[in-house]
Design a binder for this molecule. Structure first.
Ligand SMILES: Nc1ncnc2c1ncn2[C@@H]1O[C@H](COP(=O)(O)OP(=O)(O)OP(=O)(O)O)[C@@H](O)[C@H]1O
Length: 252
């Protein structure tokens, strides 16, 4: 289980997160919501060991993240950064194989690694483009390959920064269904930064809302995804539209 206790995060002139304590358990799917610049990426980095908090502690299975060797931590916690892959000159398959590095034992790429990478590409519907050079892929195709790399890494805890960027509506739904399956059926934990409240309410069981001044609301999506909370979060008037599968929020 990933646990944060008394987490404080700030950048020069701005407090992003004040005294956050949470536990993210296997099988849970968390969404991080907030305005641009509110600190979602910074928080995701702190919760995955990429950044040291100003105060507080993040642990995985009760052990502080900095105490893990990097490779071992990468087998437990995998990160999809917000944007990268534009400077990679190899093929989609070679890119996804990078995700197998934490599992390698120093003998180079094995058949098992290639199988895992191809299976991950298959899951993202990109197997038939595995030999295409990454930079020749469209934005959405490249994003699906990037998610495939994280699937090939096969961590216990998935941290994704805007996994839906560049994806069309159908591929957004497919990606979220896949991530939800990882949590619900395979007992992985998923934590993702999302701008799409439509999807957050539908696929996340827990939500973290980052407000100005470092105030954080964290808890069950059913309780937190309210018109009042979201209007205050995005500082914009919203309309709630109720449907048989839940409420959606649109700018008023
Ligand atoms: N090295 C730095 N020096 C100063 N300010 C920084 C630094 N790194 C990040 N920031 C600021 O910290 C704030 C939080 O950045 P972060 O990337 O976490 O926001 P975010 O919520 O993910 O935003 P977005 O929705 O736009 O991706 C922003 O105002 C950003 O400009």
């Amino acid at each position: 289980m990933l646990r944060a206790e008394g987490l404080n995060l700030s950048v020069p002139g701005k407090v992003l997160c004040r005294d956050l304590s949470i536990a993210i358990k296997p099988g849970e799917c968390w969404g991080i919501l907030g305005r641009n610049g509110s600190g979602k990426t910074t928080l995701l980095h702190a919760l995955s060991g990429l950044r040291a908090p100003d105060a507080g502690l993040v642990t995985w299975d009760s052990k502080p993240l900095p105490d893990y060797p990097r490779r071992e931590l990468a087998r437990q916690i995998g990160v999809l950064p917000q944007d990268e892959g534009h400077e990679f000159w190899g093929t989609a398959l070679e890119y996804v194989l990078l995700g197998r590095y934490p599992h390698s034992r120093g003998f180079g790429i094995t058949d098992g690694d290639e199988e895992a990478a191809l299976a991950a590409l298959q899951q993202m519907g990109m197997a038939d483009m595995s030999h295409r050079t990454l930079i020749t892929l469209s934005g959405g195709e490249r994003q699906r390959v990037r998610v495939a790399m994280l699937l090939a890494q096969a961590p216990q805890h998935y941290c994704l920064d805007e996994p839906l960027q560049h994806l069309d509506l159908g591929h957004q739904a497919e990606a979220l269904r896949l991530l939800q399956r990882l949590a619900v059926e395979e007992g992985k934990a998923v934590l993702m930064v999302l701008h799409e409240t439509l999807w957050a309410g539908r696929y996340c069981d827990h939500i973290l809302m980052l407000y100005d001044g470092g105030r954080v609301l964290a808890g069950s999506a059913a309780e937190l995804m309210t018109l009042k909370n979201l209007e205050e979060l995005y500082q914009c008037g919203l309309r709630e539209i109720e449907t048989e599968v839940g409420s959606y929020f649109l700018p008023a």
